[in-house]
Design a protein around this ligand. Structure first.
Ligand code: HC1
Ligand code: SF4
Length: 579
């Protein structure tokens, strides 16, 4: 252990710890900008590029960055001397001198770490003269990349390369021209970007933000010719209140339904309904493949992999093009919902699909890209018209002057708003697997599952594996969240090191609760744990907890689809993948 004294307070930390670790242990706040450490994700950005965290170390001439300077035994540190404060202020002024001062119209205003620091240091004018660097804006279906605002903290690079293993973003050029960009400075849309949006979660400023579509929603709601239908993804209900100033760890489901009704949607439905439907299709496809595999069919592809996460779909299309026939062909719940809304439900309402506007509220930015994929449209009319993130819904609620905290708890409309407990857990890593196992077990054995909780797939660990007994068969299951972890699992399969029957993958660490479009967690991983617990509690409180017990799903098959994997179900609810 190393002894250290900071601002007169003594403590001990393990060898290798940084001054910042010791300060945090002593509850001494040292401001940071580029540094970020997310333990659940094993993400640690230690670029030490911003120098906002400089401190004075006794016996050293230069100020030292607290985030990157190892503690030496007997070290004495001061964090708030005049020299330190002036150095930090100068660093901030230099950053601001090359930063567009457009806070009034910036998507990050109110959530910007640079704005917070400028406020904390009382910076009222920028005395450093000089030119501003300029760079073109890059707009993809999901993300707006505005490098004029980049402070070169490198958090996005660490996220995209080390955690997601996508290798899209890296620092290019030098000095004034330095930016973070895809290879050859191409646009994100032309790169191997998965649209996961994790870079927007860690960007401290407004350099990487969601492509905002809230005004499209306002336009649709104001159009008297349109019938507006909204669906909300499982994970949104665990986090939406955070965007409206409420504490994390509560279920916001009832208030969320009430707010959507107040916004003026004609039909307030739930992606959870379609999550139950996904289990019917994906679970049946799995049992079908498993039976063929057990019968010795050499052509059957195993393991089956989940296909509801569009970031993951784009990842395997780019990175594992020889495995395109391995994942399930089931569409995601978002797209199943859109397809059913614009066929079955349009028929129920007696309107043409063109009159209906389907809006999705998602924790995810890749869902914007998914909805725009051409295969999810009929004669150019998309199954899902507009996708907004949890953050955008939070903004919309404020725009419309709705006091979210004071709203009553309301239910969704039926039939497309009813769900079992198997659906909300889709938002947690391992949840789709657990939901699928509940149904596959009962359909395969004809017996009632003794306990619906599969604890082995419930942790927030990045890679989980388990052996699950289903009748006479032992199923080997794998679950990964975060694309770097997904790569690890897939490479095991490719090399033949592990043989799985079924694999669940979600692109975002922790699953959709940690999605790229969720309210910013600012590095507080306790927030993810609380969101995770909210979804399991919602499952436990439902009258039915297995997708095949959803009475409206049963009715949908009876009245419209026939049975799982029927021709109609294939046409509406399944898809294919592209290199
Ligand atoms: Fe997800 Fe899914 S769980 S992909 O993370 O299968 O976004 O929440 O909506 O479609 O249901 C996201 C969440 C979501 C789909 C479902
Ligand atoms: Fe990388 Fe995901 Fe950001 Fe694309 S969205 S640049 S894949 S972190």
């Amino acid at each position: 252990m190393m002894n250290i004294t900071i601002d007169g307070k003594a403590t001990q930390v393990p060898a290798g710890s940084k001054i910042l670790d010791a300060a945090q242990k002593l509850d001494i706040n040292v401001p940071t900008l580029c540094y970020l450490n997310l333990d659940v994700m094993k993400y640690n950005n230690m670029a030490a590029s911003c120098r906002v965290c400089v401190v004075e170390v006794e016996g050293r001439r230069n100020l030292a960055p607290a985030c990157a300077t190892p503690v030496m035994d007997g070290m004495v540190v001061k964090t708030n001397t005049l020299r330190v404060l002036l150095a930090r202020k100068t660093v901030l002024e230099l950053l601001l001198s090359d930063h567009p001062k457009d806070c009034l119209v910036c998507a990050k205003s109110g959530d910007c770490e640079l704005q917070d620091l400028a406020e904390a240091f009382g910076i009222r004018e920028i005395s450093v003269p000089g030119a501003m660097s300029t760079y073109r804006q890059d707009v993809s279906a999901s993300i707006i990349r505005d490098m004029d605002k980049c402070v070169m903290c490198r958090r996005c690079e660490t996220m995209c390369n080390d955690i997601q293993s996508c290798g899209v973003l890296s620092g290019v050029n030098r000095g004034f021209d330095a930016v973070v960009a895809p290879a050859f400075e191409m646009n994100l849309e032309d790169s191997v970007c998965t649209n996961c949006g994790q870079c927007t979660q860690v960007c401290p400023v407004g350099a990487l933000v969601e492509h905002d579509h809230t005004w499209k929603v306002i336009d649709a709601l104001a159009d008297p010719e349109k019938v507006t239908v909204v669906q909300v993804a499982p994970a949104v209900r665990a986090a939406l209140g955070e965007a409206c100033g409420m504490e994390p760890g509560q279920s916001f489901t009832g208030k969320m339904a009430a707010s959507l009704r107040m916004l003026g949607f004609d039909h307030v439905f739930d992606t959870d309904f379609a999550a139950d439907l996904t289990i019917m299709e994906e679970g049946s496809e799995f049992l079908d493949r498993l039976q063929k595999f057990l019968d010795g069919d050499k052509n059957v592809k195993m393991p089956i992999m989940t296909s509801c996460c569009p970031g993951w779909v784009k990842f395997f299309e780019h990175q594992f093009p020889d495995m395109l026939d391995v994942p399930s062909t089931a569409k995601s719940p978002q797209q199943m919902f859109g397809a059913i809304a614009k066929s079955y439900y349009a028929e129920v309402l007696g309107i043409p699909r063109e009159k209906m506007v389907v809006v999705s509220v998602m924790p995810c930015l890749a869902k914007k890209y998914e909805a725009a994929r051409p295969e999810f449209a009929v004669d150019g009319n998309p199954d899902v018209d507009i996708v907004i993130s949890s953050r955008e819904l939070g903004r919309l609620i404020k725009t419309m002057n709705i006091d979210f905290a004071q709203l009553p708890e309301e239910d969704f409309d039926n039939p497309l708003g009813y769900s079992t407990g198997a659906a909300p857990i889709f938002g947690n890593s391992g949840g789709v697997m657990e939901a699928a196992l509940r149904t596959a077990y009962e359909l395969a054995t004809g017996e009632t599952l003794p306990a619906v909780e599969f604890e082995a797939v419930r942790t927030l660990t990045g890679v989980k594996t388990a052996d699950i007994q289903v009748g006479p068969h032992t199923l080997k299951v794998g679950v990964a969240s975060g694309l770097g972890n997904a790569r690890e699992l897939l490479e095991m399969v490719q090399k033949g090191e592990e043989q799985f029957h079924v694999i669940e993958i979600m692109a975002c660490p922790g699953g959709c609760i940690g999605g790229g479009g969720q309210p910013y967690h600012h590095g507080d991983m306790e927030i993810l744990k609380k969101r995770n617990a909210v979804l399991y509690a919602e499952d436990a409180g439902k009258p039915e907890r297995k997708s095949h017990e959803n009475p409206y799903i049963v009715e949908l098959y009876e009245k419209f689809l026939g049975k799982p994997l029927s021709e109609k179900a294939h046409h509406l609810l399944h898809t294919h993948y592209f290199k």
